[in-house]
Design a protein. Structure first.
Length: 159
């Protein structure tokens, strides 16, 4: 799981590298062979866009997991002035306990999602560059990229 999460976080910078590097990293990191098959400029660009957009979503989730964990565990330092009306209030101890529990529960879920996105990255690379016939990875990557963009816009508007 950790290797898949690392591969997901490496997907964004890998989207701008040579094809040989994109095929070598899954073999070295995940121990999964990915061979080149009919690699063209169009396939390379498609893989770059799909991999880069899902990789960007993985970095956003990594940032959110750190943010949730830090804000939950350090709640009195971050938001101690408005705890009367927050979850777990009206006492600071109650608000701290609820926010810490939520941070500890939500952060591993985000890390698990990042690892799943890493497995999707591998399948996208195999489909686009390796000639694998499993077509399902491309629409899923497109849906994830679009929903990630919408989620990011909604998150920005609420802060």
């Amino acid at each position: 799981m950790a290797r898949s999460a690392v591969y997901e976080l490496l997907a964004l910078p890998l989207a701008f590298t040579r094809v040989r590097t994109r095929l070598r990293v899954p073999r070295l990191l995940l121990r999964e062979p990915v061979g080149a098959h009919k690699v063209s400029l169009a396939r390379c660009l498609i893989q770059s866009v799909l991999s880069g957009s899902v990789g960007l979503l993985g970095w956003f989730l990594a940032m959110l997991s750190v943010l949730v964990l830090v804000r939950g565990l350090a709640y009195p330092l971050v938001a101690a002035d408005g705890y009367e009306n927050s979850w777990g209030g009206p006492t600071l101890v109650g608000a701290w306990a609820v926010h810490a529990a939520l941070g500890v529960l939500i952060a591993p879920v985000f890390v698990g999602m990042i690892a799943l996105f890493g497995r999707l990255q591998l399948q996208v690379t195999r489909t686009v560059l390796g000639g694998d016939r499993s077509w399902w990875a491309i629409p899923i990557a497109l849906v994830l990229a679009a929903s990630g963009a919408l989620f990011f816009v909604a998150w920005v508007h609420q802060i």
